[in-house]
Design a protein around this ligand. Structure first.
Ligand SMILES: Cc1cc2nc3c(=O)[nH]c(=O)nc-3n(C[C@H](O)[C@H](O)[C@H](O)COP(=O)(O)OP(=O)(O)OC[C@H]3O[C@@H](n4cnc5c(N)ncnc54)[C@H](O)[C@@H]3O)c2cc1C
Length: 423
């Protein structure tokens, strides 16, 4: 079966939902949202803890509550939703191949596409922990799905590796279910999760966080029986003489998320080596005109509120692409790059014209924690703007709002830098 569509949104998580709604609001009539799972809402459906929506709704919601706001809004709109359907290919001509048990293989010619496929967790294989391969080693998100959706307790004596938000939240969740959480072990000298999650999920539950330590080996035949923990030096080398063995039946891994960009790669969209997401301009358009990306498939976000805001930018831009000018007029093109002490910046380019919003928000992560510092935005000649920050952490996305009027007309690059130590 082959059909034609104006806009296809791939992924029905918060990014896909917000993007589809915004495109509809801006006048796109023909929208198809494709989701491989049996329900909309993405990862939010398994996040039954609160803390969602503080920025976007000014309220504290659980994940399913946050998702429900968007799902409810979708109901009376003329947006087609196809659940239990997996997009398996996208090509450069925006031809989508989708697969479902109901309809089999379907080909969709899209005029515009919004990529909103989210991300997946890194596994034991990705970080190569030696030892046997028993049951009981799983990602923290998988454990969350077992407890919150399937109703299974994944283990009773738990070691968690990685202090990302998912690991911190699962430490609390397992403690609430009566499991003995022996500690969260983090290879870096700082937690990679939000400060508020460290306080609310570990400190409030008396769960220790051990920094600069990692799992060196897993023991057990059928089921995990123990793990070896070692300290690491400043170069992340294991200090073998510090090895200690901890008895446990479960090892949860919270060691990073990888944007799901296999489809983007198939379509030959250029990806950023650092974020793992597509290279985009300020409208979240990729290097294929009419293909946009937003949410965790673009960059791993800390807060869903930022996902919704970013996805509205992509939805609005897709509508402008479809309804106004498919050939975007570009008056000034700039590269945006990560300077001193910055890991990456999104968007990667600025394509400016008379219709560009007067303020562009730049999102980035810092390399190391710092206090009383300054974010400097420069071009190749001078500083355009600077913003002070009392504290910055690599675990938290930072952003600055740059007024477009500050950008020099003859400039072709923007550099974001973190200035520390009163330099
Ligand atoms: C454990 C955990 C705890 C979190 N806690 C918080 C918190 O306390 N507060 C907060 O603000 N944020 C939190 N977040 C972050 C927030 O949930 C994410 O930022 C947000 O869900 C990302 O939205 P998304 O739509 O980009 O991705 P997702 O929610 O992952 O949605 C992507 C969707 O795309 C679908 N999909 C992927 N590939 C295909 C394909 N090929 N075909 C069809 N469909 C496809 C997936 O099935 C999925 O439904 C948490 C995240 C996790 C994992």
């Amino acid at each position: 079966m082959k059909t034609k569509r104006e806009l296809v949104v791939v992924g029905g998580g918060p990014a896909g939902l917000a993007a589809a709604l915004e495109a509809h609001k801006k006048g796109v009539k023909d929208i198809l949202l494709i989701e491989r799972d049996e329900y909309l809402g993405g990862i939010l459906q398994q996040c039954i803890h609160n803390g969602f929506g503080l920025d976007y709704f000014n309220e504290e919601l659980t994940g399913p509550e946050y998702a429900e706001r968007f799902i409810d809004e979708l109901k009376d709109k003329n947006i087609d939703v196809q659940l239990k359907t997996m997009v398996i290919d996208i090509n450069e001509e925006k031809l989508i191949t989708a697969l479902s048990s109901k309809d089999g293989i379907e080909f969709i010619e899209a005029e515009s596409i919004i990529l909103a496929m989210g991300c997946r967790e890194r596994t034991r294989e990705a970080i190569r922990i030696p030892g046997t391969r028993p049951a009981g080693v799983m990602t923290a998100g998988a454990a969350q799905r077992y407890i919150n959706i399937e109703g299974y307790l994944p283990g009773r004596e738990i070691v968690i590796l990685g202090s990302g938000d998912i690991g911190l939240i699962m430490a609390r969740r397992l403690a609430l279910e009566g499991a003995d959480v022996k500690g969260v072990f983090e290879i870096m000298p700082y937690s990679s999760g939000l400060v508020r999650n460290k306080v609310q999920c570990l400190d409030d539950f008396g769960i220790p966080l051990y920094l600069q330590q990692t799992v060196a080996k897993i023991y057990g035949q059928k089921r995990v029986e123990a793990v070896d923990i070692v300290e690491v030096d400043d170069n992340l080398n294991q200090i073998t003489e510090t090895k200690k063995t901890i008895q446990c039946d479960t090892l949860l891994l919270s060691v990073g998320l990888i944007p799901e960009n296999e489809l983007s790669q198939q379509a030959n969209i250029s990806l950023d080596d650092i974020t793992g997401g597509p290279i985009v301009d300020q409208t979240r358009e990729t290097d294929i005109p009419g293909v946009f990306a937003c949410g965790n498939v673009l960059q791993v976000h800390d807060l869903v509120d930022n996902v919704s805001e970013e996805s509205e930018i992509a939805g609005k831009a897709a509508a402008e692409y479809l309804l106004n000018d498919q050939e975007k007029e570009i008056e000034q093109a700039l590269e945006v790059s990560a300077g001193e002490n910055i890991t990456y910046v999104v968007p990667h380019t600025l394509n400016l014209n008379s219709k560009t919003d007067p303020i562009i928000e730049l999102f980035f992560r810092v390399k190391d924690p710092a206090e009383d510092c300054k974010i400097s935005i420069k071009d190749n000649k001078e500083e355009l703007a600077s913003y002070t920050r009392p504290i910055v952490e690599p675990g938290e996305i930072e952003s600055v709002k740059l007024p477009v009027k500050l950008i020099n007309k003859d400039s072709n690059e923007i550099i974001v830098e973190l200035i520390t130590g009163g330099e």
